[in-house]
Design a protein around this ligand. Structure first.
Ligand code: GAR
Length: 204
């Protein structure tokens, strides 16, 4: 890895986690990483605008423009490789990536998920936690493997569910936690402080 870890960020939506990461990098000369490209499966993702505003190359690779899912993923990998990233971070990226994708960055793909994994995997984690009636949920940052929301956990933080929460209010409080935890974990990765031992991620 180069002195500065080159990060690719994938987004599908508003990109507040991307923004938190960009802000954390800008505020910390010792962060050890830089965002070299932001890519999205949606051309309209607000996260792409955030990237452009920060002077970072932003690309949209839409599934509908490709023959099938495999061709789409290949195009996504090719677009990322142009920027030679050392690691990839998924910041609200709402599509699955396969082993073919992961093989380019072994143990170097990180995801932020809005629940305390392994509870409430999938695309509706906040809604599912509310519907289940749990009293505590939270934020998990983890390495990505071939199973959905399954890879080794880097860090987790709990968020209490209130009687009057709806999906939006709960997701806002989870995001407030993610905005600290996610950049923190990416910083550890950039500084080479994560060691993966089976399902266990050790932080030095
Ligand atoms: C975040 O809460 C992230 O954890 C979640 O999408 C949100 C994106 O927000 N990701 C998933 O649910 C992945 N399964 P953002 O676009 O404002 O960063």
């Amino acid at each position: 890895m180069s002195a500065q870890t080159r990060l690719a960020v994938l987004v599908s939506g508003s990109g507040t986690n991307l923004q938190a990461l960009l802000d954390a990098i800008a505020a910390d000369p010792d962060f050890g990483g830089e965002v070299v490209v932001v890519a999205s499966d949606r051309a309209s993702a607000q996260g792409l605008e955030r990237a452009r505003d920060a002077g970072v190359p932003a690309v949209a690779i839409e599934l509908g423009d490709h023959l099938d899912r495999a061709a789409w993923e290949q195009a996504l990998v090719a677009a990322l490789l142009e920027h030679r990233p050392d690691a990839v971070v998924l910041a609200g990226f709402m599509r699955l990536v396969t082993g073919a994708f992961l093989s380019h960055w072994p143990d170097r793909v990180v995801n932020t998920h809005p629940s305390l994994l392994p509870a409430f995997r999938g695309a509706h984690a906040v809604r599912d936690a509310l519907e289940y009636g749990v009293k505590v949920t939270g934020s998990t940052v983890h390495l990505v493997d071939e199973k959905v929301d399954h890879g080794p956990v880097i860090a987790q933080r709990a968020v209490e569910i209130r009687e009057d929460d709806d999906e939006d209010s709960l997701h806002e409080r989870i995001k407030a936690v993610e905005h600290e935890l996610f950049p923190h974990c990416v910083r550890l990765l950039c500084q080479g402080r994560l060691t993966v031992d089976g399902r266990h991620v050790r932080v030095s």
